[in-house]
Write a protein that binds this ligand. Structure first.
Ligand code: LLP
Length: 438
């Protein structure tokens, strides 16, 4: 992982190597660029796997929500760790299949699936999450056409939400666009029952309460509601209970390094606590159930930093602006959700004189900021390096080319501490490749 090496030089390290050394080895790489600690990623996977194993004799499966970050190198690590993949588009499903994941280890979820993607899922035998009656009807159509049995879970909307979660990140309140509410499931049940074993098999139920959840009680209530749906007399194939993902990470754990006070400290459960909380409500179906959890953020977010350079600083009214070369195109979470990402120097500067800055990017949008009112050294100047922490989830995968900005290079260290390129920086030609000029 990433840490300041207090006992040595107080530099920011990734595993055994300082970021400064990595920058030197890359001989002044174009910034911004992304750095992965693959050790941290593997550690997070193992933490989930151990926590799930503690639920034995209940059977469990870990499925990575690949929308968080679909860098294909990460998928190879997941595959060798026997993790499943949750996909949300034909593109993600195709990448999962071509990366060698078994169709039975792939879940395809979505409230608006295209014909092509449904055909691909039914044809290859991927597990499909049925979102609504219309979704089910199209899935039937393709099962009949291809003469195959569709293997499905139903995405249930349990009408629950964690009040701390940003509105854009809640997915299971009554009026949410995802899933079918419990009192509207009967038409789906009837249709499945009529065609059971002919075109369809109902393997389980799925729900996802939203992202950045810090409250295990809401998960427990949700599991209770889903367990009550397990009528194996009516649907003998039932076994999967997929509780989705959503566990938050502590984005503010470094904040006091730079004298920032978390406004409202929220205790975030550990992975172990989160998984343990699910044990009791599963008891009524403990013998038959296979629990699936599908985290994204808590597997990859803290395994990655974005390295950016200062372009300059200036005063605008009462605000000191620190302009850096990274922006909302690499990390949109602050702009979109007012999300906190810690930003710090790559050499500890706790003894330097600090001042309060807004840290902004060069993109032509007033909403383009990475952090507001952060303490950083007064003396920061053009060319100085900063790290934006916890950018592994929903940064690279939500990046854009706005303002014709190339997507950044992504690097990792391999087991011999050699630098590995996981993605090349885009070129101007890459950005123009799909346009037709004449
Ligand atoms: N399962 C389903 C059905 C999901 O929709 C999601 C995320 C996950 C699992 C994984 O959730 P996670 O463990 O990563 O919280 N762009 C937002 C997050 C959107 C999450 C969408 N669904 C952000 O940057 O905060």
């Amino acid at each position: 992982g990433f840490y300041y090496n207090k006992n040595h030089d107080d530099h920011l390290y990734m595993d055994e190597t300082s970021i400064k050394q990595i920058i030197e080895r890359l001989s002044s790489p174009p910034t911004p660029f992304v750095l992965y600690s693959l050790n941290q990623f593997s550690y997070n996977i193992r933490t989930y796997q151990h926590a799930l194993a503690e639920l034995a004799p209940i059977r469990t499966r870990l499925s990575y929500s690949m929308k968080a970050n679909y860098n294909p190198h990460l998928l190879t690590i997941l595959k060798s760790s026997r993790v499943m993949l949750t996909t949300v588009s034909g593109g993600e499903m195709q990448l999962a299949l071509s990366s060698g994941f078994e169709p039975s280890s792939i879940i395809y979820n979505g409230n608006g699936k295209t014909d092509e993607s449904i055909q691909m899922a039914v044809d290859s035998g991927v597990l499909l999450n049925v979102d609504s009656l219309f979704d089910l009807e199209v899935i039937f159509q393709y099962a009949r056409k291809l003469n195959k049995i569709a293997n499905v879970l139903i995405r249930v909307n349990p009408d629950l939400s964690d009040s701390h979660v940003h509105a854009y990140n809640t997915t299971a309140s009554k009026t949410s666009k995802f899933g079918t509410s419990i009192d509207e499931l009967e038409p789906l049940f009837t249709k499945i029952e009529e065609n059971q074993d002919k075109w369809i098999r109902l393997y389980g139920f799925h729900c996802h309460l939203g992202s950045t959840i810090s409250n295990t009680q809401v998960i427990v209530t949700c599991v209770d509601k889903l367990v009550a749906l397990f009528d194996t007399k009516r649907f003998p194939h039932l076994r999967f209970l997929n509780i989705g993902g959503g566990l938050n990470i502590d984005y503010k754990r470094y904040a006091n390094r730079t004298r920032e006070q978390p406004e409202e400290p929220i205790a975030i459960p550990t992975i172990e606590e989160y998984i343990q909380a699910i044990k009791a409500p599963l008891q009524p179906i403990a013998k038959l159930v296979e629990l699936i959890v599908e985290p994204g953020r808590s597997l990859i977010a803290d395994a990655c930093v974005l390295i950016t350079r200062v372009l300059g600083q200036k005063q605008t009214g009462s605000i000191r602006q620190l302009v850096v070369d990274a922006s909302m195109t690499e990390c949109i979470r602050p702009a979109l959700y007012q999300a906190y990402h810690h930003i710090d120097t790559i050499v500890s500067s706790t003894t330097d004189e600090h001042t309060l800055y807004d840290i902004v990017g060069p993109v032509c949008e007033s909403g383009d900021f990475l952090g507001k009112q952060r303490y950083l050294p007064k003396a920061l100047e053009r060319g100085d390096f900063l790290a934006v922490f916890d950018v592994g989830a929903y940064c690279s995968s939500m990046s854009s080319n706005y303002n014709m900005r190339p997507r950044p290079a992504e690097y990792a260290l391999d087991e011999h501490e050699q630098i590995k390129v996981l993605r090349k920086r885009e070129t101007n030609e890459d950005l123009l490749r799909t346009y037709c000029v004449d």
